[in-house]
Ligand binder design. Structure first.
Ligand SMILES: [Zn+2]
Length: 218
């Protein structure tokens, strides 16, 4: 499964008609995206909500295992705009990661400078507080969070920010590419050093275009 930061970046895509479609363009689309990606949000936060561990000590009562309760989140235009803001930070840092190759064509003129993008990503992630590992006898390790936000919207934005940090600090960053196909606006993870296009369909379309251009150039 692609990381959450990658999924939010992919909400900007080619619309099939030469334009760009935005999967976060409306409140309704944003709600659909959040619902579809709730499992990835949970993954970043450390698994399903556990109110109290069985036999939990009083010392752990200030720590929470943060499940992401989608039903508790009211998606409105404010939430949508905040999510778009974090996405812009992610895509700006993706553009930096692929440079000196050009960024996605959808990002022309929309990129934040690196310092602003980093600050925005870090601020979003910071809302989560600090991750603490608990490992009960005979149980599985659990991530709990000390301090930080409890509102679903902050958890959502925090999870996206945290995912961006983890991704950009990982070796996977080196496999990030902006698809160079004429109408494609995707970032993708290269599976193989020879992979040029995000998908076989982009590769085929480009081969046809180039063939056509050669034929008509002379
Ligand atoms: Zn492509």
């Amino acid at each position: 499964m692609a990381p959450l930061a990658f999924e939010i970046s992919a909400t900007i895509r080619h619309d099939g008609q030469g334009g760009v479609a935005d999967g976060l363009a409306t409140v309704e689309l944003t709600e659909t995206w959040i619902r579809a990606n709730a499992p990835l949000v949970e993954e970043v936060l450390g698994g399903p909500s556990v109110e109290e561990m069985p036999g939990g000590s009083p010392a752990s009562s200030s720590l929470r295992s943060r499940g992401f309760d989608f039903s508790a989140l009211v998606v409105d235009d404010g939430v949508r705009e905040q999510l778009v803001g974090v996405r812009r930070a992610v895509r700006s840092l993706f553009a930096r990661a692929v440079s000196p190759a050009p960024p996605s064509k959808a990002d022309d003129g929309r990129l934040l400078d690196s310092a602003t993008a980093l600050r925005r990503l870090n601020e979003a992630a910071d809302a989560l507080g600090s991750a603490q590992l608990e490992w009960p006898d005979g149980g599985e390790p659990i991530v709990r969070w000390a301090g930080g936000a409890t509102e679903p919207v902050e958890l959502l934005l925090g999870a996206v920010g945290r995912s961006g940090i983890d991704f950009l600090a990982s070796p996977d960053r080196l496999r990030l590419r902006a698809c160079p196909a004429a109408r494609c606006v995707k970032y993708f993870l290269q599976d193989d050093p020879r992979q040029t296009w995000c998908s076989p369909s982009c590769g085929n379309r480009e081969r046809v275009n180039r063939h056509y251009q050669r034929k008509h150039a002379g």
